[in-house]
Design a protein around this ligand. Structure first.
Ligand code: SAH
Length: 236
């Protein structure tokens, strides 16, 4: 089995790479299109890890490469997000049940916000991987929340914008890559699961909170990701 794991920022994949280094597994790297892909071969399985750089375009590029160049059969995203619900506090972990692009607007032509013709406002993540995520959470005693994740090429640190995203899309978290990874995976028919740990609350304090908690929240998500791939049967 070939599994691709994507983060947006180097901080999000560092704990994953450290895990594999500490396990004394050989990590090969390949640079393509300005991204470094870390390739780890474990018996009959391969794990590919890369950070894409921030935003929907970069993450779509990496998801496409993971699938069409490296042949990944499952895509996982591990990283941080802004929480939009009161029960999503810094360090909490969630999976996206479905994802949308909050910054897509061709409503001038009568389309709903977030809608692109021949696509859909919401793209659902893989039910089977999500149920594996729930069982992983149960077995390690970690609470796993879930809900709609809204992605856009903006860091949200504004209360009124935050409320607008909640009301328009029913989102529970906001970030900048999940929906584009979802679009690519859906286009290729590759199952995917998006894990995010909360770094901030997308409010006026979000930039300060993000800087303070990026590293610790990234570790929460990465730790979960490792347990997840073990559950998928990767012998680590
Ligand atoms: N401090 C960084 C920029 C971080 S952008 C720099 O200066 O380079 C925020 C990143 O974390 C994105 O990858 C996004 O997916 C996620 N994220 C966390 N909180 C977010 C929020 N409130 N709004 C949007 N994205 C958020």
């Amino acid at each position: 089995m070939k599994i691709g794991i994507i983060g947006a920022m180097v901080e999000e994949i560092t704990p994953l790479l450290e895990f594999f280094k500490n396990a004394h597994l050989n990590i090969q790297t390949q640079t393509i299109g300005g991204n470094v892909y870390h390739c780890i071969h474990i018996k009959q399985d391969s794990v590919y890890i890369a950070y894409s750089k921030i935003g929907k375009v970069h993450s779509a590029l990496v998801a496409t490469m993971m699938i069409s160049y490296f042949g990944c059969e499952k895509i996982l995203f591990s990283g941080v997000a802004g929480g939009l619900r009161k029960d999503l506090q810094v360090g909490d972990l969630l999976i996206a049940t479905k994802l949308c692009q909050h910054d897509v607007d061709i409503s001038a032509f009568g389309h709903p916000l977030g809608f692109i013709p021949e696509s859909a406002v919401f793209i659902e993540s893989d039910a089977e991987l999500n149920s594996i995520a729930r069982s992983v959470a149960g077995s390690i005693g970690k609470e796993l929340k879930e809900g709609v994740v809204a992605s856009g090429d903006q860091f949200i640190n504004d209360d009124s914008k935050k409320q607008w995203i909640i009301q328009t899309f029913g989102a529970c978290a906001v970030e900048m890559e999940g929906a584009s990874v979802a679009v690519v995976c859906a286009a290729f028919g590759v199952p995917f699961c998006i894990f995010r740990s909360i770094s901030d609350s997308a409010d006026t304090n979000a930039d300060i909170s993000f800087d303070e908690f990026l590293e610790s929240a990234s570790k929460v998500s990465a730790k979960f990701c490792i347990e997840f791939i073990k559950k998928l049967g990767v012998g680590i």
